[in-house]
Write a protein that binds this ligand. Structure first.
Ligand SMILES: [Zn+2]
Length: 270
């Protein structure tokens, strides 16, 4: 029996998945995927997100400029983003703040993030947020600037447990990926036990965030480099991991995830 599966954050459009994409989409169908949110990260991959969503009704497109790519943005990036958003019902993301990468430029990141955050608020679009080592600053910004009324996603939440309730008040959902199943993530994965059940979502972040071997149902490697990739259809195994973590039957995990997904992405799920 297949469970209805929802992937709240991935990068199905990513170039390393291109060669296998048809097979991947077919496998996702077999696995019971209902919807997956494909997040663009820079101007160069927005057309691929759009094309994928036009081709597959299960793909919800999301367009955003990721903090890793702010330095490369063109002078037209805002107009290009608006053009994509105007073509298809879509979310905003992946956007965010990152003080983990080398040579980060916080003022530029914040300017780009806030412009997109205000756009999400104005258009009532769910936003998908990436944050590394900037949780305090992110909370400060979100408390100052009202967000989209549908809520927003803190993808692969890696912040402190103490901040969960403050983010919840602002409308946050928290997604867990299979990456948290790694032994070294034991402490961080405990935080997800403190997320209110009506705010928890599941993601693969594929082709990134490879889970440990136990949860890799579909091995995949980059054809060019041989590097291991996270196959989007590992999603079902991640549901299993979440069930184990929360001590819940997988059916309960699946029905709650479906409800939460439909609430956050209501404007985009037809
Ligand atoms: Zn991502």
């Amino acid at each position: 029996m297949s469970l209805p599966l929802y992937d709240s954050h991935n990068h199905l459009q990513a170039a390393p998945l291109a060669a296998d994409r048809t097979a991947i989409l077919a496998e996702l169908d077999r696995q019971g995927l209902v919807k997956a949110v494909a997040n663009g990260t820079q101007e160069q991959d927005w057309p691929a997100v759009l094309a994928l969503a036009q081709q597959s009704p299960k793909v919800i497109p999301s367009f955003g400029l990721h903090p890793w790519y702010v330095a490369q943005r063109s002078t037209n990036w805002q107009a290009t983003l608006l053009q994509h958003l105007d073509q298809i019902p879509s979310g905003i993301g992946e956007i965010g703040l990152d003080r983990w990468i080398e040579n980060y430029d916080s003022p530029q990141q914040e300017e780009v993030f806030l412009w997109q955050w205000r756009l999400a608020a104005k258009r009532h679009l769910p936003a998908s947020i990436h944050c590394l080592r900037a949780w305090g600053r992110l909370l400060e910004l979100l408390q100052r600037e009202s967000g989209p009324r549908c809520g927003f996603l803190l993808h692969s939440y890696g912040g402190p447990v103490e901040m969960i309730s403050s983010f919840v008040k602002l409308g946050a959902y928290f997604s867990i990926s299979g990456y948290f199943a790694h032994e070294r993530k034991t402490c961080q994965r405990e935080t997800f036990r403190h997320v209110p059940p009506d705010r928890l979502l599941i993601e693969t972040d594929a082709p990134d965030m490879l889970p440990p071997g136990k949860y890799i149902e579909f091995p995949l490697a980059d054809a060019a480099s041989g590097k291991a990739l996270n196959h989007p259809a590992n999603l079902r195994a991640i549901y299993q991991f979440v069930g184990e973590l929360l001590n819940q039957p997988i059916d309960t995990v699946a029905s709650r995830t479906a409800e939460n997904f439909h609430r956050l992405f209501a404007a985009l799920v037809k």
